[in-house]
Design a protein around this ligand. Sequence first.
Ligand SMILES: O=C(NC/C=C/[C@H]1O[C@@H](n2ccc(=O)cc2)[C@H](O)[C@@H]1O)c1cc([N+](=O)[O-])cc(O)c1O
Ligand SMILES: [Mg+2]
Length: 214
Amino acid sequence: TQSTRPQRMLAAVHNNATRGDPRSVVKAIDQFCRQKEWAMNIGDEKGCILDSVVSEVNPAMVLELGTYCGYSTVRIASQLPPHAKIITLEFNPQNAAVARQIIAWAGLGEKIKLIEGSSGDWIPKLKEQFGVDTFDLVFLDHWKDRYLPDTKLMEECGLLRKGSILLADNVICPGTPEYLEYIRNSPRYKSQYFKSHLEYTRVEDGLEKSIFLG
Ligand SMILES: O=C(NC/C=C/[C@H]1O[C@@H](n2ccc(=O)cc2)[C@H](O)[C@@H]1O)c1cc([N+](=O)[O-])cc(O)c1O
Ligand SMILES: [Mg+2]
């Protein structure tokens, strides 16, 4: 039977990355996407911006919306301080199954809690189900029309504190116009745009970093 692109990406990780070495996992996926098949990972160029934000925030608790195959999950988790955790939400069971194996291959299973389901269902449950207080960093990379409703939901559920950072992928391509309009005009956020390119292409894209002011 025909394999899927995430399954072929997983095979590339098994064949080319060293078990327990997150950087080699990231490199193997980027190589696969450049040489074999494009895939919607944040990629190496925007990934460096993600890395710099993670190291600057040095978060104890991270929320990722949209695991996909786990590329950014591995990138973030490999930079977390000891005892820090990332909760990542993935809606598609097939993607989740591949992500779990890529995360395991990177040796980061202890730092990552992958939850299968939708952000709209799970964001209101994170406090009671996982004892979460607030998130220091939220990485938004799931369905682009969910960025705004989920940001409002996180505010309502008290998951953001003064100083919490939101980092959003694809604010130019495919684009998240409603989210950008809200976050750039809201007095409750201070935003900054990091110009870059759509993963593995020369098309413009960028990340929006926003600080919640409380
Ligand atoms: O569409 C894009 N991303 C949507 C991501 C969706 C992922 O988030 C999960 N999810 C998890 C939880 C949910 O509640 C909903 C979905 C979905 O199951 C999927 O795994 C995209 C597209 C391009 N592009 O060039 O076309 C480039 C990018 O960087 C992108 O991120
Ligand atoms: Mg993206």
